[in-house]
Design a protein around this ligand. Sequence first.
Ligand SMILES: C[S@@+](CC[C@H](N)C(=O)[O-])C[C@H]1O[C@@H](n2cnc3c(N)ncnc32)[C@H](O)[C@@H]1O
Length: 348
Amino acid sequence: MKYEPDNIYEGDSKNLAQHIEPNTVALSVWSPPYHVGKAYERDMSFFDWKNLLRRTIEAHSIILKPGAFLTVNIADILCFKDPDMPRIMAENISRRKRNDITREKVLDVWTKYPNYNRKQIASILGCSEQTVDRRMKGNNIRGGKYETQTRVKLVGGLIEQFALDCGLYMYDRRVWVKDAAWENSKWHTMSYRAVDEFEYIYIFWKPGLTKVDKNRLTRDEWTAWGSRGVWFIPSVRANDDHEAKFPHELPRRIIQLLTDPNDLVIDCFVGSGTSATTAIRENRRFIGVDITPSSVELAKRALNLALEERKQKKPDLFNMIQKTDEITSDNTIKTDVHKTGTPLSFAL
Ligand SMILES: C[S@@+](CC[C@H](N)C(=O)[O-])C[C@H]1O[C@@H](n2cnc3c(N)ncnc32)[C@H](O)[C@@H]1O
């Protein structure tokens, strides 16, 4: 079955090339499983996970247009289990005394105030939210006495190599500074490590003719984020329907920077459909894929809402985009075009 624009499909990202015509995708923007034990990756070994990334990237070397981009939002694995690593033994010589908040005390307050959140419980007990969290989830969250030692595992080099192996080149990388995620940083009581608060956006290029159009962004946008290596974007606060959403602003910037209206944008780990909504709002054509049926349902709903919203707001544009896949957007001024093999730069 061939995937049609403006649809969401249940499928495996590894098989993309069977469903999408070669050389047709202007931009692929996705955030895969991070190998951190989320529900949708629980059964995947490290080997399976690497294989998923490798094969998905390989599929992109076929379906991307020459000169087009693949952008991957991912983070390093902060608690990578390594059975060969010696156990870290730390002596706590901090002058800060361990507080005397026990799990029983936390439970006691929680029973009295069942509707209170972690912050409110912490203020009653006179301790930090992290203490409440630790007492509820077990004290030795990071590598308890009998658990395998964990360490930081860098991910960028892995996917850079997968891309190189199939002819895609690392063109640029950005750092997304998000909210500090205390829950993901399970070590700060007895270590010097930092809290988890940034991720990466890796941008890969398929050799070919690439249009570099300064007019895609305003001067202010170039200054604020277009030519900046660090993007400050708050995390999604309500991950209630999907456990790992990225904020709309992330795919929006990528789509705005790297594509034109009516270009085909895809996300093969579409999750709740964040990129679907964004792509449609930016008047791009969009294909989304996810392996989890509940995510497919969410993303379909998001996509259809965005299509409906666009139809109401801009009926002419909607009809135009629906009628033909071949409209080129020459309303933008082409200022620079790079040919195969020429390194591109955002410093325009
Ligand atoms: C990090 S989430 C993406 C979240 C998405 N960016 C959003 O904002 O909602 C990763 C998604 O990849 C999906 N997934 C995992 N393995 C997959 C595979 N082999 N093919 C396609 N999707 C997969 C999961 O179901 C999950 O929804």
